[in-house]
Design a protein around this ligand. Sequence first.
Ligand code: ATR
Length: 280
Amino acid sequence: MASVPHIPRAFVAGHPIGHSRSPFIHSTWLDRYAIEGTYQSLDVKGGDFPGLLDSVRRGEWLGGNVTIPHKEAAFRLCARRDEDAEAIGAVNTIWLENGRLVGGNTDAYGFSANLDQHLRGWRDGQRALVLGAGGASRAVLHALLSAGYSRVDVANRTPERAETLEQSFGPRVRAHGWDKADSLVAGADLIVNTTSLGMEGNPPLQLELEGSHVGAMATDIVYAPLETPFLAACIEAGMTTCDGLGMLLHQAVPGFARWFGTKPEVDAALRNAVIADLNR
Ligand code: ATR
């Protein structure tokens, strides 16, 4: 007989998991909307992940978020994936539908919703330059192509990874080596850093921004620090920018809405609370 918990609960599962901000974000919303429920982090190593999914199937959890190193395993093990997860090739949010596990990916939604809130006019762009070709880059490419960008240049230190993205996303995506990045700035309406350069403890992303055109915009998926050296240089070059914290906040919205039945708001109060938590 399946054991159904009295208190509805969801999780974020990963390894390591200590750095995850998701418990703080979801707990803030649970308090704010006076929802009886919990959201907790689970330190789950690779071999234990299928067992966690079994416990979701048994109804012990409403679902959860999945992070490194389980995003690809979650993609394989869910009975069905939503369109975004299929396009991105990874699952970061799971829930149950009629007893079957469904996997979604909310990173592209989070990216777009952040820019919708803070970077007016980004959807009018035609050409984007994306730095980096990892998992985050896949979500950003999906968001940009869905928003109607006609060309997205991807520059990456390891060019083969950019070429893999070109092959999977089709002709609107063009792969380049890192050495081409500076020369692609002039044509870009929007520049996005998806690498870990600029994150606290990492070297900065350095790009020659002088040729950027009037009205060009930039954003970073790094949010610690909030103003990365890259964004500071973009502002100096006269570009309009938006930091990456909102992507983290917005990507949490669809999961919360599915599990707990309320679409939560991403507002200044949440943003300030998360900034204070990051600075603790
Ligand atoms: P994520 O899933 O967060 O995107 P990832 O898959 O490890 O993480 O990708 C990290 C990205 O940052 C990659 O594009 C990586 O370049 P490589 O594919 O060449 O590894 C990029 N990156 C990390 N450190 C870098 C550095 N010092 N210089 C340039 N790019 C770097």
